[in-house]
Design a protein around this ligand. Structure first.
Ligand SMILES: [Ca+2]
Ligand SMILES: [Ca+2]
Length: 503
């Protein structure tokens, strides 16, 4: 974990405080054409830096160059931007490129195309934030079927996704969904499904990846059906928490790493509380490590691989509290539902079945005390009265009456908005924010009538004004004024000086 912290400090040193910019809003009222003309997207982009929509529709667009920070928010409408299989949709490019952020909210991008890299979006030294946004059916002949990130390290550039998904994108060479040439990829509550490439069916990373509460399914490549970790200069850290990898495949001659492939020394995989099911390859049906760097498998399970669970360099797998075989364990998991399906929460999961050896098998709970779905951990799954965490991304036997779902929908700078799953009977919500995960140091207690709460950095007595982690949870009030159960706990990290929030 120290290395992750150091990595962030390194990034933060590169970031200058964001300038205070007053948004200029523009509303799109014509969803039939890109432009020109009053009320078109072209007109709105020329006059505003925050674009909203008063219409729904599919707009065929040319390649749109974003040179200043812009938010495009289709909340309340259904808006699809299409490259019509002839061009990418956005290119981020500015004079001071590291200050440019494109934020897309509740949009779908489809049918991007490029003979080069970045089928739907080309990111240079800048930041892309995708919030409840889907990119699908896009193609790059080289790298990054959906998104290509080029030389992001100089400005901390990269991609943040919260919600939404990357579906059915492909690339001729690296990264069916996203390829980075330095830079970061962070996804949370995201679906990454049916993407393909030669190397890294979903992600090809020369940089940092964090995947939390996300599902990678049906992705395909020759090496690294889901993720290919390649950082030539080191620092290629892939952190996977509370996530599911299902039916990813390495195919073709000498196929390796059905889900994960590791190349080059000094890179690491840290895998926490995750579930791998039905991944396949000639060698390393789930993981293949081709280098003298380390794969840490913690509180995780690997089931139903075709080809050994883990293969490659033998001395660089570290497995703790995990159920797997091959180079990464000695005991296989039992009682895993073979069907990837909606078991609650924003992404699909493989449920544990009654009697599974993963139930109540781990004395150490993962961070944030929730499973991939947002259900509270630990639950007493074997009925012995002891609440113990399960191995993998799914907690068996969680309490009836689904708890609220924590779901950040925010770009990672001040202010942010916390949101959660609405409860039908709720007349209000209470939100607690604490400096400690046990809520012994609650610094802010708020009541909201909608399912969102805006937070900003401030200096008041209940202010969020210190560096470091914060923890939050929420509960709903019933019509009779009584309160429901607290939700699972989630967290965020604040850097006050740079006004950044990390999730
Ligand atoms: Ca349990
Ligand atoms: Ca128990």
């Amino acid at each position: 974990m120290f290395r992750l912290t150091a990595f962030y400090l390194f990034l933060l040193l590169l970031l200058s405080p964001l300038p205070v910019v007053h948004a200029t809003e523009a509303v799109v009222t014509d969803c039939t054409t890109y432009g020109p003309g009053s009320g078109t997207l072209e007109d709105a982009l020329a006059t505003g830096d925050t674009i909203t929509f008063a219409c729904s529709g599919t707009i065929i667009v040319p390649l749109i160059t974003i040179a200043t920070s812009t938010t495009i928010d289709a909340t309340g409408q259904t808006v699809i931007l299409s490259g019509n299989d002839s061009n990418p949709i956005f290119s981020l490019y500015g004079i001071d490129e590291w200050t440019v952020t494109l934020t897309l909210i509740n949009l779908t991008l489809t049918d991007g195309y490029t003979p080069g890299s970045g089928g739907a979006i080309i990111v240079r030294w800048n930041k892309l934030v995708l919030q409840d946004t889907f990119i699908r059916d896009s193609y790059a002949a080289e790298h990054g079927g959906a998104v290509s990130v080029i030389k992001g390290v100089y400005g901390g550039g990269g991609v943040d996704m919260i919600g939404g998904g990357l579906i059915n994108n492909s690339a001729g060479n690296q990264g069916g969904a996203i390829a980075t040439d330095y830079g970061y990829i962070r996804v949370k509550h995201t679906v990454i499904d049916h993407n393909s490439a030669l190397y890294g069916g979903a992600f090809y990373a020369d940089g940092f990846i964090r995947a939390t509460d996300s599902t990678f399914s049906n992705n395909e490549a020759n090496k690294g059906g889901a993720i290919y970790n390649f950082a030539f200069w080191g620092g290629g850290i892939v952190e996977i928490t509370n996530s599911t990898f299902s039916n990813n495949r390495a195919v073709g001659e000498n196929s390796q790493g059905g889900a994960l492939f590791q190349n080059v020394s000094d890179n690491q995989y840290y895998i926490f509380s995750s579930t791998f099911y039905g991944n396949s390859a000639d060698e390393g049906g789930t993981v293949y490590s081709a280098s003298a760097s380390t794969v840490y498998l913690i509180n995780s399970l690997i089931a139903a691989s075709t080809g050994d669970d883990c293969a490659g360099k033998p001395h660089h797998y570290v497995s703790r509290n995990s159920l797997a075989t091959g180079l990464c364990g000695t005991e296989a998991p039992t009682g895993i539902d073979p069907v990837l399906q909606d078991n609650g929460g924003p992404t699909m999961t493989h449920a544990l079945l009654e009697g599974s050896n993963a139930i109540d098998a781990n004395a150490v709970c993962p961070p944030f005390f929730a499973d991939q779905r947002g259900m509270v951990r630990p639950a007493d799954g074997d009925g012995d009265g002891q609440e113990v965490c399960d191995i993998g991304a799914y907690e068996y036997g969680t309490a009836s009456g689904a708890p609220l779902r924590n779901h950040f929908t925010a770009p990672d700078y001040d202010p942010i908005t916390l949101t959660w799953g609405a409860v039908d009977w709720a007349i209000a919500y209470e939100i607690e924010i604490s400096r400690t995960p046990d809520f012994s140091d609650v610094i802010k207690n708020s009541v909201a009538t909608a399912d969102t709460l805006e937070l900003q950095l401030n200096s008041g007595p209940d202010g969020i004004n210190k560096n470091g982690p914060y923890y939050w949870h929420v509960r709903a009030q019933r019509p009779d004024q009584s309160w429901g159960e607290w939700s699972a706990t989630d967290s965020f990290i604040v850097d006050v000086n740079s006004r950044y929030w990390f999730f």
